[in-house]
Design a protein around this ligand. Structure first.
Ligand code: AMP
Length: 289
């Protein structure tokens, strides 16, 4: 496995693969790798000739400087895990390499970026879209792998990739969870023990919402009420939003007939966590309410 810090060096290293028409799988990360990242890497490994992983804590997607500073960093461990997962090339640029003096371009995916996470974290998705556009241009991969844990991010990257005609296939990967159901996240290490326990409420509330849908309740308003209340009764959880939205537009739906997605965000102490789950209607079973 090779690590490159300069764009020019990475391009030189990838040139033969591009010339020979080899497939390149790309997994962008901010490091602090966990089993969620590893699942993306092993999928990329299985589907491509070459796997490139980027390791870059992108400052422009943090709307809160403290969150950026406290973001867990352990590049040596990350490189070891990446090597174990079969990564061929790690791209770990310094901030100035990605944003040199005079850098003046932003990529904004309108609409999708302004709601939900975007409303709570102004500028976040502009930072994400800009860095992913840059990385896509640098790596020029055949496929790029993104987790469904960050569902809104995935939709924004899909939109951007289509709108900007980026010749990379966006591959969504399922959420990897801890044994107790908590979605894996690099931020989980910042939870205190009681907060860590309380955080399982997100997945429990999403599951419970599906359980209620399974009894024949297809009214999204009623289901959203249960979803929100289940989270709100956890004393350590401060609910930001709980919604049931169309899987593409991320607009709230009235009924769950087309299997929309429930998205939740809540803060535990100083740690903001998100989770989601597709809600499917109970076939042939519907009652009022
Ligand atoms: P990050 O390092 O947090 O920017 O995440 C890098 C990639 O890993 C993103 O595409 C995330 O959606 C994905 N990812 C993070 N956590 C998980 C998880 N628990 N399951 C699946 N994918 C994940």
């Amino acid at each position: 496995m090779h690590t490159y810090e300069r764009i020019a060096d990475l391009r030189d290293a990838l040139a033969p693969a591009h010339r020979e028409g080899k497939t390149i799988g790309f997994v962008p990360t901010m490091g602090a790798l966990h089993a969620g990242h590893l699942s993306l890497l092993s999928r990329a490994k299985a589907e491509n000739d070459l796997v490139v992983m980027s390791l870059f804590v992108n400052p422009t997607q943090f709307n809160d400087i403290e969150d950026f500073e406290k973001y867990p960093r352990d590049p040596r461990r990350d490189r070891e895990l990446a090597e174990g997962a079969g990564v061929d090339i790690v791209f770990a640029p310094a901030m100035e390499e990605v944003y040199p003096d005079g850098f003046d371009t932003v990529v904004a995916v309108r609409g999708l970026s302004d709601i939900l996470e975007g409303a709570s974290r102004p500028g976040h998705f502009q930072g994400v879209a800009t860095v992913v556009a840059k990385l896509s241009a640098i790596v020029a991969s055949t496929r790029a792998y993104f987790g469904e844990k960050d569902y809104q991010q995935l939709q924004i990257i899909r939109r951007m990739t289509a709108d900007l005609n980026i010749p990379t296939q966006v591959v969504p990967c399922p959420i990897v969870r801890e044994p107790d159901g908590l979605a894996m996240s690099s931020r989980n290490v910042r939870l205190s023990l009681p907060e860590r326990e309380a955080a399982t409420v997100l997945n429990r509330a999403l599951k419970y919402t599906q359980d209620i849908a399974d009894t024949g309740v297809h009214d999204a308003f009623v289901l959203t009420g249960w979803l929100a209340r289940t989270i709100e009764v956890e004393p350590l959880a401060k609910l930001d939003y709980a919604v049931i939205v169309d899987r593409e537009t991320l607009r709230e739906v009235e009924r769950i007939d087309n299997s929309p997605i429930a998205l939740v965000a809540a803060t535990f102490g100083s740690v903001r966590l998100i989770d989601n789950r597709i809600i499917t209607p109970a076939p042939g079973l519907e009652r009022r309410g």
